[in-house]
Design a protein around this ligand. Sequence first.
Ligand code: ADP
Ligand code: UDP
Length: 233
Amino acid sequence: MADRLLYEGKAKQVFETDDPSLVLVYFKDDATAFNGEKKGRIDSKGRLNNAMSSLFFELLAKEGVPTHFVRAVDERTMLVKKLSIIPLEVVVRNVVAGSLARRLGWPEGKALAKPVLELYYKDDGLGDPLINRSHVDALGAATPGELDELSGLGLKVNGILSAYLLERKVRLVDFKLEFGRADGRIWLGDEISPDTCRFWDADTGERLDKDRFRRDMGGVEEAYQEMYRRLRG
Ligand code: ADP
Ligand code: UDP
């Protein structure tokens, strides 16, 4: 299998394969926060995020969500459908945390009556700014119809993952999704892991995600391990 590097990001590498419709995604242990300003490593993160993302994508596919996931090929690598990524980050929130707490001046941990859906423009140079539907239209990033589909899928993923996680004593606080186009339709891409979600212990509120790295809380690798342990049941 050819392994030409197509793209190297902060957390993953994307390699082409002999099949032009498929790519390999390799999960690194590198960790960054605050738009790359803070850099570090989380031992075993690549392996754990590959395993957790694979598990989530399989669960979502079973529930009818179109995902790019084909199969895990080794501990750190998954084979996925090659997408033309839509430059939007779709964030869904159930509980106030992070930038929403800062933006609205609300305390972290306040439950939201309804899920809140936000759109960010995926552009490192601009620091991924928060945008609205009108900006998406002006940018030509997605059509209004596509945006309806992304929003619907974001809320559907939220319902599926929230229920699944609660059974494992984990509260899904918020998460980020990326979507892309292939074969004339939209697929869920990228990853779903403690790098891209906030997971809080349902009883104690203990953080089991990348906030431990962002906020220098310690026990980062242990938190990722604990999440994987709960997901495997
Ligand atoms: P970043 O680009 O933010 O540093 P990563 O290190 O996670 O992020 O890099 C992975 C890149 O691969 C991201 O830009 C993501 O949009 C892209 N990607 C994710 N899934 C696919 C896919 N199925 N096909 C093509 N590109 C993808
Ligand atoms: N998120 C992400 N990538 C980003 C920005 C956010 O995966 O570039 C995730 C983050 O892990 C959290 C959710 O999106 O689960 C909402 O993040 P928020 O806007 O609160 O950002 P932060 O507090 O990190 O500034």
